[in-house]
Design a protein around this ligand. Structure first.
Ligand code: NAP
Length: 330
């Protein structure tokens, strides 16, 4: 069996170091499945991974890709598992997702309901689950409570809006482009503002002075400082992204007088530390939300896997309105 995989032999600019290569795959053994990749997103973490700037540095050469949707093609001998052609979430490991076929352990596969589309399966594991955990794990929120986030038009940010709306939570959303304001309001954002120094006063007016318990920081730098300043007494800011690649500076008064708490979140660690049952329950809930139309991931463009250089260049551009996907189907 042959697989076509996108590999890199040195860390560097993804458009320069990636290449498509064929490799032999053995037949799946006991407890294993052969899976066939359908679509894979190019997430910021993929670019960082290939540049050698992610929390995991693989041994080189490595197959790229931290997320993909796939179907089961065959099970190993005497192996119970999802039937062939079942759509599944493959495990999130040390890369490896950008390949037409892979051998994986059956116990690591999450079978998905029949109604889920290839696009939904490809984009379910990383960003919706991050949004889910950010809303679940740090602050107890009840309907009517407020939270604030920056880069609100990112995939994670949009999923935060969608899940929050579904739970009756209220969101204040900061973006860096004015044309996104009406768009995100139409998608369910309660307050949407430009991420600038005028935001503080506008937040007070537009939220009616509501208590803001949770801040979700995807950007770092000045944006993170501003976000922390919007939180109410005793609020919590969770940093999960660093899109500006700038450090966070926190005024002392926020710690001393406002007792703002700071935390970080990394899905990779959560997936490692959580139980099989907790992960399955979360993915089942997220799949239900995707099928029910609550979770939506806008798609910017789909490239065939052979056009990976174009795909990673597009994914690293600003001002996209959706994910870049790689198509591994022939
Ligand atoms: P995405 O859909 O690709 O969106 C990227 C967002 O970042 C857009 O809102 C973009 O704004 C903004 N942005 C880009 N460069 C920026 C800069 N220099 N300053 C301020 N904003 C900037 O992203 P995603 O897939 O949702 O991921 C968002 C972040 O979350 C990434 O850092 C990713 O690594 C992280 N993440 C972390 C975890 C975790 O476990 N910790 C899990 C998932 C994602 P424009 O549209 O205006 O360009």
């Amino acid at each position: 069996m042959i697989t076509e995989q996108i590999i890199f032999s040195e860390f560097g600019p993804p458009e320069d170091v990636l290449r498509l290569e064929s490799a032999d795959l053995p037949a799946p053994g006991f407890g294993e499945a052969l899976i066939r990749t359908e679509l894979a997103p190019v997430n910021p973490a993929d670019l960082n991974f290939i540049e050698g700037k992610y929390g995991i540095r693989p041994e080189l050469p490595a197959v790229a890709g931290l997320e993909a949707g796939a179907v089961v093609e065959a099970l190993g001998p005497a192996t119970d598992g999802p039937a062939p052609e079942t759509r599944v979430l493959p495990p999130m490991t040390q890369g490896g997702a950008w390949a037409t076929r892979r051998i994986v352990k059956v116990e690591d596969l999450v079978p998905l309901p029949r109604e889920i589309t290839a696009e939904q399966a490809a984009t379910l594991r990383v960003n919706p689950s991050t949004a889910f955990r950010l809303l679940e794990d740090f602050v107890t929120l009840k309907p009517g409570d407020w939270l604030v986030q920056n880069a609100a038009n990112s995939a994670v940010g949009r999923h935060v809006i969608q899940i929050a709306k579904h739970r009756g939570l209220q969101t204040i959303n900061l973006v860096r482009r004015a044309d996104l304001i009406e768009q995100l309001k139409a998608e369910g954002g309660d307050v949407v503002l430009l991420d600038d120094d005028a935001a503080k006063e506008k937040v007070k007016t537009e939220s009616g002075g509501g208590v803001i318990k949770l801040g979700l920081n995807c950007v770092g730098g000045e944006s993170a400082t501003r976000l922390a300043g919007l939180l109410s007494q005793g609020g919590t800011m969770v940093t999960y992204g660093a899109m500006s690649r700038k450090a966070i500076v926190i005024p002392n008064a926020l710690l001393i007088f406002k007792e703002i708490k700071f935390a970080g979140f990394w899905l990779t660690r959560w997936l490692k530390q959580s139980s099989h049952e907790t992960r399955r329950a979360m993915f089942a809930e997220l799949a239900g939300l995707a099928i029910g139309g609550v979770l939506k991931t806008p798609i910017d463009v789909v490239y065939p896997a052979s056009d990976v250089a174009k795909a990673v260049l597009r994914a690293s551009e600003n001002n996209r309105d959706g994910k870049v996907l790689l198509d591994f189907r022939k």
